[in-house]
Write a protein that binds this ligand. Structure first.
Ligand SMILES: C[S@@+](CC[C@H](N)C(=O)[O-])C[C@H]1O[C@@H](n2cnc3c(N)ncnc32)[C@H](O)[C@@H]1O
Length: 313
């Protein structure tokens, strides 16, 4: 399948509402992708607000570079992981910003390009690296991990109920022939899960688990959130869009902990733990896309947006 559009930005208007970009403000987009959210932020911060756009994917940066070219020197694109946003933005000459956006996961372009190996519906190599400078692909993980390690990956990152049985099957199959192709893995999973109750494609959770493992997504997210708080000016805002419950739980727990960090036992007259609030939640619950957005862009279906404001120090 040839990709038609690179990526449609999810919950674009809501992102603008929670980040409140104003003329002259600077933003960091840690997942610039095709540049859709970045473009909206740059329009709102005209005439001189700046945007640092990070991405680990060379194709995304090329696309964003073209789309954002009309904004000239207001845009600085850097190939970097958002976990390293502080060093990356300092190298681009901007140390603090008025807001940070993380729109997690992959772009439509990545999922729709069979050679990237993200899709269990399209024949391709089991790659799944968002950053193609990384050494280990999904095929490497399947070839090199022990049965216990595979069970842990499928269980922890996929919440896959048949994790152990699938790991045993992978180990048996790879003794016969290497598992290197998307459809080969999808068929293997289908055989193990045959007859199990399902509302999603049987390979969904295994593919999710491998993608998280290949890209170390959950650890990068934890590091990115910590860095985002450090990079924001007091009064600045952080917005994160997550697409599955593991990511969303990390974002929710992080924002809650930073907005009410005191661990003193209830009833103490004064706080003794000394942990200070660093964030204020914009809204307790996650924002969800509207039905109209989901019907126009089904990939928005599982999106959950959470936002918080850095507290004045
Ligand atoms: C959902 S897309 C972002 C789409 C973008 N908001 C837009 O409007 O086009 C996610 C992007 O983040 C990138 N990405 C994923 N994890 C990353 C990380 N840890 N650091 C930097 N970029 C990352 C992916 O390569 C992908 O291009």
């Amino acid at each position: 399948m040839t990709p038609t559009t690179f990526h449609t930005p999810v919950m674009r208007d809501r992102v603008l509402e929670v980040l409140r970009p104003a003329p002259g403000e600077d933003f960091l987009d840690g997942t610039v992708g095709g540049g859709g959210h970045a473009e909206a932020l740059l329009e709102q911060t005209a005439p001189d607000g700046r945007l640092i756009g990070l991405d680990v994917d060379d194709e995304s940066l090329a696309e964003a570079g073209g789309r954002l070219a009309p904004f000239g020197a207001r845009v600085r694109l850097v190939r970097a992981n958002f976990a390293d946003m502080k060093a990356a933005s300092e190298s681009a000459g901007i140390a603090v910003v008025d807001g940070v956006l993380l729109d997690l996961g992959g772009s439509s372009h990545q999922f729709d390009t069979p050679e990237r190996g993200f899709s269990f519906r399209e024949e391709g190599p089991l790659d799944m690296r968002q950053d193609r400078r990384l050494e280990r692909t999904a095929a490497d993980i399947l070839a090199e991990s022990s049965e216990e390690e595979l069970t842990r990956i499928f269980r922890t990152y996929g919440e896959e109920p048949l994790a152990k049985r699938l790991a045993v099957t992978v180990v048996q199959e790879r003794a016969r022939q290497p598992i290197t192709r998307t459809i080969q893995l999808a068929d293997l999973v289908r055989r193990v899960k045959f007859g199990s109750h399902r509302s999603i494609h049987p390979a969904t959770l295994v593919f999710q688990a491998l993608r998280i493992a290949v890209n170390d997504e959950l650890n990068q997210l934890r590091r990115g959130l910590e860095a985002a708080v450090k990079m924001c000016r007091p009064g600045g805002r952080i917005a994160v869009i997550a697409f599955h419950s593991l990511e969303d739980r990390i974002v929710k727990d992080f924002m809650r902990r930073m907005s009410s960090p005191c661990v003193c036992p209830p009833g103490l007259p004064v706080c003794r733990c000394g942990l200070r609030r660093q964030l204020r939640l914009v809204q307790r619950k996650a924002f969800r896309p509207t039905e109209a957005e989901v019907s126009a862009n089904p990939r928005a279906r599982s999106a959950r947006l959470r936002a918080a404001e850095k507290i004045e120090e």
